[in-house]
Design a protein around this ligand. Sequence first.
Ligand SMILES: [Fe+2]
Length: 432
Amino acid sequence: MSARDAALRDDAPRTEAGSPSLHNRLTATRQLSAELARPLSDEDQVVQANDDASPTKWHLAHTTWFFEAFLLKPFLQGYRVFDESFEYCFNSYYESVGPRQPRAKRGLLTRPSGEDVRAYREHVDAALANFCANGDLPSAAQGLIELGINHEQQHQELLLTDILSLFAAEPLKPAYARASPGVAVAEAAPLDFVSVDGGIFDVGHDGEGFAYDNEGPRHEALIRPFKLANRCVTNGEWAAFIEDGGYATPTLWLADGWATVKAQGWTAPLYWEEADGGFMQMSLLGFRPVDPGAPVGHVSYYEADAFARWAGYRLPTEFEWEVAAGGLPVTGRTLGAGHLRPVRAEARGRGALDQIYGDVWEWTGSAHLPYPGFKAAPGAVGEYNGKFMCNQFVLRGGSCATPEGHIRKTYRNFFYPHQRWQFMGLRLAADQ
Ligand SMILES: [Fe+2]
């Protein structure tokens, strides 16, 4: 097993109790970022393919800056800032911290060099080790380490999706990784629906363990009886939507969605290209034929909504999804599975849900809004999620690029309805 494979599989040293210590998890997380960047040249790591995506070098530096700005500077006595100018380069969106390099111009940062950024990571890692060596950390600092780990994990997924967007724009269509053995291209499990009774349910995070601020407060939600598909919508089903004129039928689309279809000239999911009567798709494994049994990915909220209407269904709400996920184990084909692409659902028998976790994030019909009683934390950390509660939609369940341990039932990812460069797919729902 290569070092990268080991890192992907979260083989961090474990304590006797069987759970890795905070410092061990921090170290493993920091190492995984470096491992994910290892297949890339320095040139690969500088460029951004569009305004939404960031260069790998920027991800590596920004996640490091996060620890420096929010943990080491305020908590580690005598900490020496690596380079004062890095704050401008690698602050993402924290208005309370100060001005920054515009997001769309991150790809212009040929300086600091890749070597400088690697030295920055070493400097901060050494300070983090020094800080954690003092076993008696204040709880606020422990909370910030936990947040920093989770923040870096989010950027690990973004690093992969952003590299995919870059490689898709390359004439040579390079592969980030080689296909893992043992994943057959085959039919998905037949589409089936699981019935869920209605009622008043507690939703949101219960406060046990880490969660982002937008997952709480836990509160009650009224759910009407509904049914949820046993698996995600497949590429094969999406091809039928295309063939049936889905992208050319305005009545299937929300007004904003149809305007986007026209303006962008969309005729298929992002990264699909028609070839020899079929479709090819750019992926982290290179340019390959579309796998009809695998979940469709890289579709926007607008497309997911139009597909559901075409199919005679709708998207689930985020609370329907959460209630249906119930007590299912939080396991699936996430980054640790090593596929680096969504793969077909298992046939699990009637009444069983597959692909709840991993493969593709699932668009829900729910806007990313504050839960009742939500209050953003004071200070810069309070900018984490609260200020993004406008005009975005919630996705649930994680993807094939979500790091191990970085998904849970109450996790609310969110993107704008036109965005589709993440591993975004959908699962159908209907009223009972
Ligand atoms: Fe960030």
